[in-house]
Design a protein around this ligand. Structure first.
Ligand code: FNR
Length: 381
């Protein structure tokens, strides 16, 4: 690949370098993938108002998310098994985010553990938690996140049942992944990736193995993950986690105004309008289409974030225009990671920052905090 100019270039390079089962795990949605596709394509319908002869000097993208300073309103989304896109993936992504001044969110289902990431970074990162039946395990996870100085907890509510992802089923991707002959051969055909994996000890779920009771190896992990997601999860659990954590709480997976009201009542500091990147309920609205109703319902009471389908800085500014205080990117940074490790995540953030900055200027604004619906052509959003 010659010059990398956009996120699609990173995706193509990642597809070449990452074994198929892990690349497909990132680049897929559930069932027909209609929500996965709409998450991105719905952004394209929205059109900007071009403004001219406005002073464009001294532009700033700096703002805050849950009261914390960020260099632009973009965080890295929690993504399971990022350490399978590239050896030590979560550590590398956290380092890139830290240097860039944007939040990194570590998933419960990460390969590198909370302690691993904390040992390689110096600023606080965010931690994402799923509600598991084993409440002692959750208690310990929260304590570990506190000990690691995590500055926000992201509580994901939309994955108590796993959406059916056909590519993963066909590739035999499970926790842990099935090492079939085709999978092993495919891994061996990706020498950079394989060498990286041989050079690291971090190849399993670092937050879980050795920490959850009776999970000591890959086979005990498999039965644990299949049983642990708590189908009885309710808003009472959210209140319990809020109280147990005591710090900034962000609720992830809100797509409905009624749920948004409940999120406000639970005492959360922010909510994320998200359909899990089209990986859960196929047929759900795209996140960008769901955002306005939620901003209307609770935007004055709680900070609203969104994720899903952001592939450029232009998508970021459209979400901000519709009322998001900040957004998250999932696959874009995973593509960067798979393509070039830490340098690829930095490249991803750099691309998004430049696109955001230039688009803001073309729309006649110099401060991201002043962006609102005025930058969009009425009738296109
Ligand atoms: C995810 N997502 C996710 N969310 C979460 O709360 N915990 C997790 O462990 C994961 N794991 C995960 C793995 C992979 C490979 C992907 C692509 C996504 C969802 C993620 O946080 C976010 O909602 C979406 O990725 C946003 O959509 P885009 O930016 O990928 O289009």
């Amino acid at each position: 690949m010659s010059v990398i100019t956009n996120i699609e270039d990173l995706r193509i390079l990642a597809q070449k370098r990452v074994p198929r089962m892990f690349y497909d795990y990132a680049d897929s949605g559930s069932w027909t993938e209609s929500t996965y596709r709409a998450n991105n394509s719905d952004f394209a319908d929205m059109k900007f108002r071009q403004r001219v002869a406005v002073n464009m000097e001294n532009r700033t993208l700096a703002t805050t998310m849950v009261g914390q300073a960020v260099s632009m309103p973009v965080a890295l989304a929690p993504t399971g098994m990022a350490g399978m896109q590239h050896a030590d993936g979560e550590i590398l992504a956290a380092k890139a985010a830290e240097k860039f001044g944007v939040p990194f969110t570590l998933s419960t289902m990460s390969i590198c553990s909370i302690e691993d990431v904390a040992a390689h970074t110096s600023k606080p990162f965010w931690f994402q938690v799923y509600v598991m039946k084993d409440r002692d395990f959750i208690n310990r996870l929260i304590d570990r996140a506190k000990a690691a100085n995590c500055s926000a907890l992201v509580l994901t509510l939309d994955l108590q049942i796993l959406g059916q992802r056909h590519k993963d089923l066909k590739n035999g991707l499970s926790a842990p992944p099935k090492l079939t002959i085709p999978n092993i051969l495919n891994m061996m055909s990706k020498p950079r990736w394989s060498m990286g994996m041989l050079g690291t000890q971090r190849r399993t779920f670092g937050n879980i193995v050795g920490h959850a009771s009776n999970v000591s190896d890959m086979s005990s992990l498999s039965s644990w993950t299949s049983q642990q997601f708590d189908l009885a999860l309710s808003w009472k659990d959210v209140e319990w986690i809020k109280q147990r954590w005591g710090g900034k709480l962000i609720i992830k997976g809100i797509m409905d105004a009624e749920d948004a009201h409940l999120a406000v009542e639970s005492g959360a500091d922010a909510l994320i309008v998200s359909n899990h990147g089209g990986r859960q309920l196929d047929g759900a609205l795209s996140s960008i289409r769901a955002l306005p109703a939620i901003v209307d319902a609770v935007g004055k009471q709680i900070e609203i974030h969104m994720d899903g389908g952001i592939r450029s800085g232009q998508d970021v500014i459209k979400a901000i225009a519709l009322g998001a205080k900040g957004v998250y990117i999932g696959r874009p940074f995973l593509y960067g990671l798979g393509a070039m490790g830490e340098a690829g995540v930095t490249k991803c953030l750099d691309i998004i920052r430049n696109e955001l900055d230039l688009t803001m200027a073309f729309c006649g604004l110099t401060d991201v905090n002043k962006v609102d619906k005025q930058i969009l052509i009425p009738g296109t959003y």
